[in-house]
Design a protein around this ligand. Sequence first.
Ligand SMILES: C[S@@+](CC[C@H](N)C(=O)[O-])C[C@H]1O[C@@H](n2cnc3c(N)ncnc32)[C@H](O)[C@@H]1O
Length: 369
Amino acid sequence: MSISDYFNGNPTLPQEQDYVLLDKETLLGLVAAILSEQDSPGLKERARLLKEAVESLDSMLVNTGREELPVRVNPFLEEIQQILDAYTYERSRYYAERLQKGLVEAKTNDVNDINLRRWKDYDEVFTDSLWSIDRRDQSGAHLGWYWGNYVPQIPHQLMLRYSKLGDLVIDPFLGSGTTLIECRRLGRNGVGVEISPSTAVRARELVEIEENPYNVTTLVEVGDSQCFEFRKIIEDMGRDTVDLFLMHPPYHDIIQFTSDPNDLSNARNTDSFLDMFGHILDNTIPFLRKGRYAGIVIGDKYSQGEWIPLGFYCMQKALSRGLKLKSIIVKNFDETKGKRNQKALWRYRALQSGFYVFKHEYILILEKR
Ligand SMILES: C[S@@+](CC[C@H](N)C(=O)[O-])C[C@H]1O[C@@H](n2cnc3c(N)ncnc32)[C@H](O)[C@@H]1O
């Protein structure tokens, strides 16, 4: 088995390049030998031998033609070092037992596929509440053509933390299809609803271009998510609940997406925008599986010299539906070409009128109780 074969069964661990495949029986034998020692010097001597064998990729561990285990070398060596550095025999043994468990059994929770016994392998997964993403992922079908899209790293990260392989993810504001492209990459089934027929056509084309290595279903539907028949599509997918909702609504009228009066970007005022967003929550959240999550991506706006905290207002709408707030993530804003040209002007206006130039948006993480 090659490393990429192994990871095709586990898209939550995409940093293939950092891994080596080691002979399973020999590796487990070396670890068992550490645990068979009755005193600290003996145990540490065995740990030192294991460390040397992994560091040098000893011939007894690689290309043996037998069953293999993928091991991320640096975190693994650090764990052996912990055994060597421990002050007591009991502590060294505890670390050695933990190392052994990490090799033979996985420990995941109900919400994602992250193996908590190997948690140091997951550098790629964010756990901080401040996201600074310098460069959008433009690989594959992620062309970044749609004004008002989100960076693919947002659905990517949220799916890694809040969904499992084969789960159902629904995006009621699909836009250019970013969420569904990520669904294909990560092996999640996905449905996206978009009010603009022409945007939906383009999104469908791009989603279809993306490879589908896990053979998941990704559907682009045209409709108004305030009244779209989510129950029917969920049943058509052979389910009765949704595992994750990702919502990236218009930031009210900052960008007008269509001329359709049911498009949230055409709401008459903030209250009516929030009412429409509330209708979408009422039409979707009842289908969210208990203990599972909704991620809402939303920025604030200015109107007539006043900061309108759309993010907090939308959060309030979600909380009033009984969802539990798990995190508020602050993410830096992309500087689009247009904005870059107006940078000096905005700075002048900010100095003149006592406000700050928007540089962030929110990702609200909410759990269904
Ligand atoms: C901020 S964009 C989402 C962009 C998307 N995340 C992407 O990466 O391309 C919001 C989208 O919601 C759509 N929209 C607005 N009101 C809607 C409604 N009532 N039902 C479904 N889609 C709606 C807009 O046409 C727009 O494409």
